[in-house]
Write a protein that binds this ligand. Structure first.
Ligand SMILES: Cc1cc2nc3c(=O)[nH]c(=O)nc-3n(C[C@H](O)[C@H](O)[C@H](O)COP(=O)(O)OP(=O)(O)OC[C@H]3O[C@@H](n4cnc5c(N)ncnc54)[C@H](O)[C@@H]3O)c2cc1C
Length: 461
């Protein structure tokens, strides 16, 4: 089934959630100024879903592309088209991509696990997936543990990693905290996955499950960055983008009971490794398509900025916009190429792992370059402008090209201020793991010897 945006918001409003902003529990979270923009961004995914919706054999109807197990490279390309459009139209996170990556990681991993161990985790997962597809749930994924001292193993600092603290007949009890969680407070289902692989003796951390609104003991503590402060100040456009910053939270699991039906990996180190190994390339590859959409948005903003400043005929600056479009198309091309060169893993089509990791590295470099060009084009005003509340006093001074009002110019300025000062650059870097993490993976995957051999041949080495 495909839900309407307002149906998603209505359902969300029925959930009882412990959400904290600035140390205080909030009421009516759906309408809170720091949360509503995320809700609107997620709602937007529903408004254009029809265009990309595949038919699901599992439930016998059209479902949201973000809740679908990809079967072919065409499926992946359709997902990347959807992602790019969302990133362009929202200029922020759509929040559901991690959920899609989790679905496309848990599916092949549980299938392999059941074939190896004769368990029934895959059946359990399919039952939940059916519900997700039928009810068009918005899904997110929580991997990142707080991790403490990065030089120590989880077993040396148990409180820093989410773990199973009790095994019962009807389920498990989990304890710990996930950090930097995009949009989890506004999702229907939050998949919980390990942040890394584990060694023998660390089985208590090797757990994968789905957290649902009825689970008790979950607390969401919202991020507080500059954009959040602006959102609380109010105004029509002061915060830059009506869909908000990339809003994340910490999710604290305070001895939360999870029934077996929603547990998909338990104490199995190989399966936990599989889930992480499938999630990472899936997320890094869609990340390149996402960066393409973000850079598209920045290119649009750059072009409008040139016009409002009266600089649209300066060819050196137009060249900077063309460079932005070049890196956007390049990042997207990596996603498409990785989809085509991908492979079937236990019934799920995943992108080519080397290309996916390269997409992460190149996508971030492209994003950073696009930001530099945007800043160059826009001038110092994007880091120094007065607020929209000062417009009456300063409007005449701020106006540039006569073709635009002072308010129009300030809107563009605030939008670019949002791009350059919000958590987007950090998010581009670290979402799905840092470029360094992608390079570490690439060093395992890459074949240098055939490259060396080719060189030796050229020089009769
Ligand atoms: C805006 C934003 C949104 C996010 N959304 C989500 C989300 O929805 N879900 C989710 O699960 N996560 C999310 N993340 C988290 C993201 O995946 C992590 O930030 C990322 O994996 C890096 O982990 P870290 O922040 O703990 O960095 P750190 O672990 O502190 O890493 C810092 C640097 O050190 C390197 N490093 C760390 N440990 C080691 C080691 N032992 N050996 C060698 N190198 C090491 C890292 O690669 C990195 O370069 C989000 C992050 C951001 C910024």
């Amino acid at each position: 089934m495909l839900l309407k945006p307002e149906e998603y918001i209505e359902r969300l409003g029925e959930y009882k959630r412990d959400i904290y902003v600035l140390g205080k529990k909030i009421e009516d979270f759906v309408n809170h100024p720091n949360i509503r923009p995320t809700v609107e961004a997620m709602a937007y995914t529903y408004s254009i879903a029809e265009k990309y919706a595949p038919h699901s054999e599992l439930v016998g109807e059209k479902v949201n592309r973000l809740n679908y197990v990809n079967q072919t490279f065409e499926d992946l390309i359709a997902r990347y088209d959807y992602q790019r459009e969302l990133s362009l139209k929202l200029a922020t996170c759509n929040y559901r991509c991690t959920g899609c990556d989790a679905i496309n990681a848990i599916y092949p991993a549980t299938k392999a696990l059941d074939e190896r161990e004769g368990t029934d985790y895959h059946r359990r997962f399919l039952e939940l997936l059916k519900e997700i597809q039928k009810k068009d749930y918005a899904c997110t994924a929580a991997l990142t543990d707080v991790k403490g001292d990065r030089g120590k193993r989880p077993s040396e600092q148990k409180d820093k990693y989410l773990r199973v603290v009790e095994k019962r007949e009807d389920g498990i009890v989990v304890r710990g905290a996930k950090i930097c969680q995009s949009g989890a407070f506004a999702a229907d289902v939050n998949f919980v996955l390990p942040t890394q692989t584990f060694r023998p003796g660390e089985e208590e951390f090797a757990v994968v499950f789905a957290a649902m609104p009825e689970d008790e003991g979950i607390k969401y503590i919202l991020q507080n960055t500059g954009i959040q402060a602006k959102q609380r100040e109010g105004g029509k456009f002061e915060a830059g983008n009506k869909y908000g910053d990339r809003t994340t939270c910490m999710v604290v699991f305070d001895d939360v009971f999870i029934p077996w039906e929603r547990v998909f990996v338990f104490e199995d180190l190989k399966a936990a490794r599989d889930v992480v190994s499938y999630f990472a390339p899936s997320h890094r590859c869609v990340g390149a398509a996402c960066k393409a959409g973000f850079i598209d948005s920045m290119a649009g903003a750059a072009s409008l900025m040139l016009k409002t400043s009266g600089l649209e005929n300066v060819s050196a600056l137009q060249q900077k916009v063309a460079e932005m479009v070049a890196v956007s198309e390049g990042a997207f091309a990596i996603s498409v190429g990785a989809a085509v060169k991908g492979a079937n893993h236990n019934g799920c089509w995943l992108p080519n792992f080397q290309m996916a990791n390269s997409g992460k590295v190149i996508g971030v470099e492209g994003f950073a370059k696009a930001l530099m060009n945007l800043i160059d084009i826009s001038g110092g005003i994007i880091g120094t402008s007065p607020s929209e509340f000062d417009l009456e006093m300063v409007g005449d001074f701020l106006r540039a090209s006569e073709k635009f009002t002072a308010e129009q110019r300030l809107k563009i300025v605030k939008f670019i201020e949002f791009w350059t000062t919000s958590s987007h650059l950090v998010g581009a870097f670290h979402g799905g793991g840092s470029p360094t993490a992608a390079l570490i993976t690439l060093r395992f995957l890459m074949d240098l010897s055939s490259r060396e051999e080719a060189v030796k041949n050229c020089i009769d080495f």
